[in-house]
Design a protein around this ligand. Structure first.
Ligand SMILES: CC(C)(COP(=O)(O)OP(=O)(O)OC[C@H]1O[C@@H](n2cnc3c(N)ncnc32)[C@H](O)[C@@H]1OP(=O)(O)O)[C@@H](O)C(=O)NCCC(=O)NCCS
Length: 194
């Protein structure tokens, strides 16, 4: 159906460029997703095989083609460094809903990059899609990710008990939701202040 697919954009923010993945991102992507500290609250173990990176990039292309999601690589504008990625996936045109996820390299943490990235993705999605609900789950120990979601206006809706078991480590998840109505009111206020 026309108008109901997610089309992968290139977006710019004050400090970042968000763009489709390229084959030559594989090395940096593998370094990110194989880092046990970065992945300590992830819902699957760190990668151990390099071909996972190529498969991930291939999957990004499939998402772009079938229109069910976007995954964007994030570069710093200053020096072009690959910092991480952000995805809006699982687009359901009937429910007008999708899921948000992101992962950034440790050197990039604590500088507002994840929030800046996700805000740009959500702004684009709400402006171009007939999107209502965005959902994100985070390990209850992942305080930084919960904070990112709350800064964006997501509401913590509940706890998924023993949601993940990764290498025998059982963890609970918080489920967060953002509705178009949650997004539009603060956006209108921000726009009126610009
Ligand atoms: C979670 C993650 C995306 C955050 O990225 P980031 O660029 O550091 O996020 P931001 O700088 O935009 O915001 C982080 C916020 O969390 C806060 N924070 C970070 N660690 C914290 C801690 N231990 N306790 C309390 N607050 C913390 C920061 O102070 C900041 O909030 P503030 O702006 O109010 O000061 C990043 O750590 C990451 O990629 N982790 C690995 C992958 C991952 O866990 N992804 C999410 C899966 S759901």
């Amino acid at each position: 159906m026309a108008g109901t697919v997610l089309r992968t954009p290139t977006l710019h923010t004050e400090r970042l460029r968000l763009r489709p993945f390229r084959d030559d991102d594989a090395e940096a992507l593998f370094a990110l997703q194989s880092n046990a500290h970065v992945l300590r609250f992830w819902d699957s173990p760190p990668w151990t095989e390099r071909d996972r990176a190529q498969a991930f990039i291939e999957r990004c292309r499939e998402l772009a083609e079938d229109g069910t999601g976007v995954r964007l690589a994030v570069d710093r504008l200053d020096d072009g460094a690959f910092l991480g990625w952000c995805g809006l996936t699982g687009w359901n045109p009937d429910f007008r809903s999708a899921g948000l996820g992101y992962c950034f390299a440790e050197v990039a943490w604590g500088q507002g990059y994840a929030t800046e990235t996700a805000r740009a993705v959500l702004r684009w999605a709400y402006a171009t899609m007939d999107l209502n609900r965005v959902q994100s789950e985070t390990d209850t120990r992942n305080v930084a990710s919960a904070r990112v979601l709350e800064k964006l206006g997501f509401v913590r809706e509940g706890t998924l008990r023993q949601d993940c078991i990764v290498n025998g480590d059982v963890s609970d998840s918080w489920v967060y939701g953002l509705l178009a109505s949650d997004w539009e009111v603060p956006s209108r206020i921000a726009n009126s202040l610009q």
